[in-house]
Design a binder for this molecule. Structure first.
Ligand code: SAM
Length: 593
């Protein structure tokens, strides 16, 4: 069923056919059309860097959907240039191409070329960097005009899990992708390939690659192949309906001879979560605020309150995450650096919790209600820390009966699976669930026993004092565990390296729970989801700084934290420790943002 809707994009309105599509197709093909306002913003940001060209300015959207981006591109181009535009759209979906035809029909451009095809199947599109002769689009272009002046795209965002292992592997081989493959990675390479040197790319995609380790290949590719001009991390502004948080990247295709790097603007916009923040200005929408003013600070819009940060992209050659640099942030980080003795990774080991991949079998609160002969031996049942128990400083009481059946033990300092014959009741229980456990074919394929946990831990480690924390939390929730509990996969845990002074764990706990660390996190890492939730992943926690542990102030912090653990936290004791952490880094305490 097709429903015609007109969107007013400010300049004029155009119809978009919104079709009722199967959800599975939407997911499989990554179909999330760009709303007109965002399309227009992306187009403006791209057109600004359009190389001054001759008679034909060729613009490609490789997955044009209903044509929103090509339409917006034409609208963003000055009328005297518009006449020279050749708008080219590819799309797998035939109905969508027809909509694009309607959308672009009235535009005063030189030519519109639309084709129903798989962009990634185009001849030569995968030969990036291979030095092979390019056959791309050879049917209707000669060698010298194969390269586009601009590519504007919101390519399909489809993760490995949805693509399936086979297709992901095939894409990885064809496009020389490494790590976790996403369809947009292949598109990004292919799009770079069709741009002429100096041509501009305006890309709208998920912001995940900015801050995660697995985004390194994409960051490196964009930094190497493009002279990046602007990055807009639009975070949790809800400007885009897909589940992903959007980013816009604008870059000019590098000429191999010219590897100069220009300053790349970096703008970041996230919902402002505290009411205390001073509202710097009002605007009907975030995009309007970004478009009309070069202001920074908190903007009050019709959709809520957002913080706009503006700086430059710290060049990283992809190796480190993309962070936003401003003179203020740089100075702040330098102060921290000058007081930093080492980082968490130097003195501790940080790991994600166990993954059973069959929690309904391994994790239960009702073990005692099972028939006697199916009740696993007590030696195999262990308390489990989940995010429900995650408090600050100490665990919060939650489901004390929750126990995990842990089928591994230590022999000669090595972790090994238990022998089922040594535990007849666990054996009976496992056999009752054998079919479910054997469905985890990857366990068997990796040469393991069918009743093993997929990601187990070394039992001797979890008995050490440890700090546990949930992966996702708005404010840090790091807590000490001395009970020997096992940590579930929704949390991470930290143990000190051998021969490390045990007091350092208390110092680390103070730092991790401080408002200092949330500021540090936001400046140095800034991996946030909707509703201000931060992702506390190993890659970030590893880099948390530690001040001189032997200093008097570190000693005071440690004593206060021991008091909190013994007597429980109070707002006064938390404030004291918080203030001391700021002081230890030579900074005055700030209110969390
Ligand atoms: C995220 S949507 C964006 C559509 C449009 N560019 C926009 O911004 O509104 C991605 C589009 O890619 C199309 N698509 C998926 N795989 C494709 C492929 N291999 N070649 C061309 N189009 C593809 C989908 O049908 C979908 O319309």
């Amino acid at each position: 069923m097709n429903v015609a809707i007109s969107f007013d994009v400010g300049v004029s309105s155009f119809p978009i056919l919104v079709r009722k599509m199967e959800r599975s197709k939407v997911k499989r093909e990554g179909i999330h059309y760009t709303p007109p306002g965002l399309a227009s913003f992306l187009a403006d940001a791209t057109v600004r860097h359009l190389p001054s060209s001759g008679d034909r300015i060729e613009v490609l959207d490789p997955s044009c959907g209903s044509g929103a981006l090509l339409y917006a591109f034409a609208q963003a181009t000055a009328p005297k240039l518009r006449k020279h535009l050749v708008l080219v759209g590819y799309e797998k979906d035939a109905d969508a191409i027809e909509t694009t035809r309607t959308t672009l029909a009235g535009l005063d451009v030189a030519e519109v070329v639309l084709e129903v095809r798989d962009f990634l199947e185009l001849d030569g599109v995968d030969s990036f960097g291979s030095g092979r002769q390019l056959g791309l689009f050879s049917e209707h272009r000669n060698e010298s005009s194969r390269r586009y002046d601009a590519v504007i795209a919101n390519p399909p965002y489809v993760r490995t899990q949805v693509l399936g292992a086979k297709q992901a592997q095939a894409l990885a081989e064809r496009f020389r992708l490494t790590g976790r493959v996403d369809l947009y990675h292949a598109f990004t390479k292919a799009m770079a390939h069709v741009l002429r040197p100096g041509g501009v790319l305006g890309l709208l995609t998920s912001n995940r690659f900015l801050t995660v380790r697995s985004g390194e290949a994409v960051r490196r590719f964009l930094e190497t192949e493009f002279d990046l001009q602007a990055v807009f991390d639009l975070g949790d502004t809800r400007l885009f309906s897909a589940a992903v948080l959007p980013v816009i990247v604008v870059g000019k295709r590098r000429d191999r001879l010219n590897s100069a790097r220009h300053i790349c603007t970096f703008v970041r916009v996230y919902e402002c979560r505290t009411n205390e923040s001073h509202v710097a200005f009002q605007s009907p929408s975030v995009l309007e605020a970004l478009r009309t003013r070069k202001m920074v600070g908190v903007v009050q819009t019709d959709a809520g309150r957002f913080r706009i940060e503006r700086g430059v992209l710290q060049p990283s050659d992809g190796a480190s995450i993309w962070s936003l640099s401003t003179p203020e942030y740089d100075e702040w980080l330098q102060t921290v650096e000058s007081r930093k003795a080492f980082v968490f990774d130097d003195i501790s080991r940080i790991r994600v919790g166990i993954k059973t991949t069959a929690d309904e079998v391994f994790v239960r609160s009702d073990w005692t209600e099972l028939p006697d002969e199916h009740q696993p031996e007590a030696a195999l049942l262990h308390p489990l820390i989940t995010h429900h128990k995650a408090g600050r400083w100490i665990a919060t009481p939650a489901d004390e009966n929750l126990l995990v059946l842990y089928p591994h033990t230590t022999r000669n300092h090595k972790r090994v699976p238990i022998e089922l014959n040594d535990y007849p009741r666990a054996k009976a229980y496992f056999i009752a669930h054998e079919a479910r456990l054997r469905r985890r074919h990857y366990v068997l394929e990796s040469g393991r026993r069918w009743y093993e946990i997929w990601v187990p831990h070394q039992p001797s480690d979890w008995r050490k004092p440890k700090i546990a924390f949930p992966d996702i939390a708005e404010e840090p929730r790091f807590f000490l565990d001395q009970s020997g509990a096992i940590v579930q996969g929704d949390c991470y845990w930290i143990t000190l390296k051998d021969n490390c002074d045990p007091d350092r764990l208390f110092l680390m706990l103070a730092i991790a729970n401080s408002s200092f660390i949330t500021k540090y996190y936001d400046i140095a890492f800034h991996n946030k989801l909707y509703a201000g939730r931060r992702r506390f992943m190993t890659q970030y926690v590893k880099r948390f700084p530690i001040p001189q542990p032997g200093s008097p102030i570190a000693g005071r912090i440690i004593q206060h934290v021991k008091g909190i653990i013994k007597h429980g936290p109070s707002s006064k004791s938390e404030q004291t420790v918080n203030g001391l952490v700021w002081e230890a880094f030579g900074l005055s305490e700030e209110i969390a943002r």
